[in-house]
Design a protein around this ligand. Sequence first.
Ligand code: GTP
Length: 143
Amino acid sequence: MSKFVIQQEPFAIILVDIDFFKTINDIFGHVAGDECLITVADKIQDCIKCFAASISRYGGDEFAIIINNATNKKVDMICDQIKTAINENSLKSIGNKPISVTQGASICNAGSNINNINNIITRADKALYKAKQNGRNCYLIAE
Ligand SMILES: Nc1nc2c(ncn2[C@@H]2O[C@H](COP(=O)(O)OP(=O)(O)OP(=O)(O)O)[C@@H](O)[C@H]2O)c(=O)[nH]1
C-alpha cells in the first residue's frame, strides 16, 4: 500500500471477512477452519488474478485486497466475483464434509485521501462492520 502512496497511484482496498467463522471452528474443528481459510484465500486469489491486485491476510478470518488504479467499475466487478466464488461452491473440508461460507466485504477507494492510510483503513473497517449489521453476505462502499 505504501508503494501506491509513494507513487501517488490511486488504489482501493477491499476487506473481506468470513461470516460466522468461529462457528466453523466450533462445529468442524480448528483444522477444518484452517482449510477453510486457505480455500477462501485461494478463491480470492483466483478472482483477482487478471487485475493489478494483491491479497494479504489482515486478521484471523479477514483478508485485505489492494487494487491498483482502481475504478469503481473494476472494484465492483471484483467484489461480485469474490462473493459468487465464495458462495457458490461449498468448501470441502476434512472428511469431505461440505462447509458453506459467506462473506462481508467493504470497499474504500483511496481517492484524494491517498496519503492517509489510517483514514482509509478506518473507513473500510467501519463499512465492514456496517455490512455485518446489514445482514451479512454483502459488500458496502465506505463513506
Ligand atoms: N482455524 C483457525 N481459526 C482462527 C485462526 N485465526 C483466528 N481464528 C478464529 O477465528 C474466529 C473469528 O471469530 P470472530 O471474530 O468472532 O468472527 P466470526 O465468527 O466470523 O463472527 P462475524 O465476523 O461476526 O461473523 C475466532 O474464533 C478465532 O479463534 C486461524 O488461523 N485458524
